[in-house]
Design a protein around this ligand. Structure first.
Ligand code: LMR
Length: 401
């Protein structure tokens, strides 16, 4: 029987949300899960999403039949154009295949499952140290061996580019390399364009396979092209690669699980064969993907007016986060909090790696009711005009004592 099933530890990120919810303190602050909040601390349904949902509900042609196994066709096409750019030659050359997935997690899963079956050069995937808490679990679930490459330097609270290049050089030829396309989770530290070029040089020289995770396109900088720069650069250099796209953050569709796995191959022939295998894998796992979120994304991406509204909504989110970075930095500077805090404004995206250590995080939680992961990561969207000062003072206290 099952009496020997060991108790699994709770999920680091979602456990924090539960602890926060159970806390009755009035000024509690949740900086745990990466989910956008408006300045009053509330989840934000994007106005363009609200509008499109009304269109969908009132559309008499919409039913609840199954989607095709690979997902909604115009959604898949639009996802390719969004990440690679509408005029990318690989589209005309039919070298790209997109599969609608259960958000970014599902894309990471399906992409790595495909590699575990059909990528013969290696079964080792290298991930940045640190990386998103779920990456290792997803990849080891499909039988890949997960190893780390150097990424973050605690000393500089920035990128250790030399360490990273060295690790990529030392990895056996043909390894799979997980790369965060933009707004690295959990550090908020991204390579510069020059650094991306050096990374691409080594990946090319070592014949590694680039595996991009892109969870924040447009959400990171407010500029969809800028956030896709690294992926497009690699594609333009002729790499075979895959990209996991999530519409959780940039559409605020967290619970709808809309995402896409986009795969670029060397030839159209390979792409067609791979597509057939992706469909076969998808069928055995989820039969076909969920419709509602994909319909929303599809309508927005395929309509220029709605698209422009979406870009506006993206700017609202990313600019509010940038504003919170600035305000937190200013408060810490005004308080004269020991240490350097420039990294808070230099980092990008949903998260900031504060440099706070686990014992300090513990005090923040127990004394101040501020919830964040033990590695010192804060979700910037959890800050607002009404709690940023409280949080800055709490940091000041834990740093000094
Ligand atoms: C996070 O890192 O907080 C988000 O990506 C949410 C998640 O699924 O972990």
């Amino acid at each position: 029987s099952f009496q020997d099933v060991p108790l699994a530890p709770p999920d680091v990120i979602f456990h924090l949300t539960a602890q926060y919810k159970a806390d009755t303190f009035q000024h509690k602050v949740n900086l745990g899960v990466g989910a956008y909040r408006d300045d009053s601390g509330k989840p934000w349904v994007l106005p363009v999403v609200k509008k499109v949902e009304k269109i969908i509900v009132n559309d008499p042609t919409i039913d609840h039949e199954y989607l095709p196994i690979l997902g909604l066709p115009p959604f898949r096409e639009a996802s390719i154009k969004l990440i690679l750019g509408p005029d990318n030659p690989v589209i005309k050359e039919k070298r790209v295949v997109a599969t609608q997935t259960i958000s970014g997690t599902g894309a990471c899963h399906l992409g790595s499952l495909f590699l575990s079956r059909f990528y013969s050069k290696s079964s080792v995937i290298y991930v940045s140290n640190p990386t998103w808490a779920n990456h290792k679990a997803i990849f080891s679930n499909v039988g890949l061996e997960v190893k780390d490459y150097v990424y973050y330097s605690p000393k500089t609270i920035g990128l250790d580019i030399n360490g990273m290049l060295e690790s990529l050089k030392n990895a056996p030829n043909g390894s799979i390399i997980l790369l965060h396309a933009c707004a690295h989770n959990p550090t908020g530290v991204d390579p510069s364009q020059e650094q991306w070029k050096a990374i691409a040089d080594i990946i090319e020289e070592k014949k590694h396979f680039p595996f991009f995770d892109c969870a924040y396109q447009g959400f990171a900088s407010g500029d969809l092209d800028r956030d896709a720069w690294a992926v497009r650069y690699f594609v333009n250099r002729g790499f075979e690669l895959l990209v996991c796209q999530s519409y959780a953050k940039n559409f605020g569709l967290y619970g709808q699980r809309a995402g896409c796995l986009t795969f670029v191959f060397k030839t159209a022939e390979t792409a067609a064969k791979a597509e057939s295998q992706l469909a076969k894998l998808q069928r055995s796992e989820i039969s076909n993907p969920p419709a509602h979120g994909a319909r929303i994304v599809n309508l927005v991406l395929n309509d220029p007016v709605l698209y422009a509204e979406w870009v506006d909504n993206l700017k609202t989110m990313s600019f509010r986060i940038q504003e919170m970075r600035r305000r937190l930095f200013d408060k810490l500077t005004a308080l004269g909090t020991p240490g350097t805090w420039n990294h808070i404004v230099d980092q990008i995206g949903m998260f900031s790696f504060t440099g706070l250590k686990a014992p300090q995080v513990k005090v923040l939680k127990e004394k101040y009711h501020v919830y964040l992961t033990d590695n010192g990561r804060i979700s910037m969207a959890g800050l607002s005009s009404s709690n940023v000062e409280y949080f800055a003072k709490a940091i000041d206290d834990v740093v000094r004592n």
